[in-house]
Design a protein around this ligand. Structure first.
Ligand SMILES: [Zn+2]
Length: 192
């Protein structure tokens, strides 16, 4: 049986057109995919676009477009660029694809049926630009985002959570037993 390699770039966020950072990541992934194919691995190389989020809705609105029309346009630009670079992806996935939606629904249903998803409430300082919540101690000047410097909003919302704590022991066991579970090794170091 041949060995398998699965390679993916991040799925890129369509709030704006691609820049050199996207190309850098994609070219590295493409190089790895070609290397594994040469070695005879059964290789699957995925790239694509992430088309959900408040930032995309806002970017669309500011250009007088619907979120879907805007996502279609930007996603198309990513794909055209990779084709121009002859990036050897096996699949270009979009989070608005019907089959992606079905896949996500199925994954969530499995987790829900196992009791791993519960409803709770979350409150935090939210940066729309970075799509990230921050704690009090992470903020700069009490209310600014530590990553981009923009003003954060205090957001409280009902939300569904994944019961990660249920898997804590198993995860720790795995991290400790498998040398190669996180690479490069320096990234495995505990931060606390
Ligand atoms: Zn930010």
């Amino acid at each position: 049986m041949s060995q398998k390699a699965y390679i993916t770039t991040p799925i890129y966020y369509v709030n704006d057109v691609p820049h050199i950072g996207h190309a850098y990541t994609t070219i590295i992934a493409d190089t790895m995919a070609r290397y594994y194919r040469l070695k005879g691995y059964e290789t699957f190389f995925l790239t694509g676009t992430d088309e959900h989020g408040q930032k995309i809705e806002e970017a669309a609105k500011s250009r007088g477009k619907t979120p879907q029309a805007y996502a279609d346009e930007i996603s198309g630009k990513f794909r055209a660029l990779w084709d121009e670079f002859e990036i050897s992806y096996d699949k270009f996935i979009r989070t608005t694809d019907a089959e992606h939606k079905t896949g996500v629904q199925k994954a969530f249903q499995v987790m829900f049926d196992k009791g791993d998803i519960y409803k709770g409430e979350y409150e935090g300082h939210y940066c729309v630009s970075c799509e990230t919540f921050f704690t009090d101690t992470q903020l700069v000047d009490e209310d600014k985002c530590p990553d981009c410097g923009k003003l954060t909003r205090l957001v409280k919302e009902e939300s569904y959570f994944f019961k990660l704590s249920k898997y804590q022991e198993d995860l720790i066991k795995w991290y400790n037993s498998d040398e190669k579970c996180v690479l490069p090794k320096g990234k495995k170091k505990r931060s606390d």
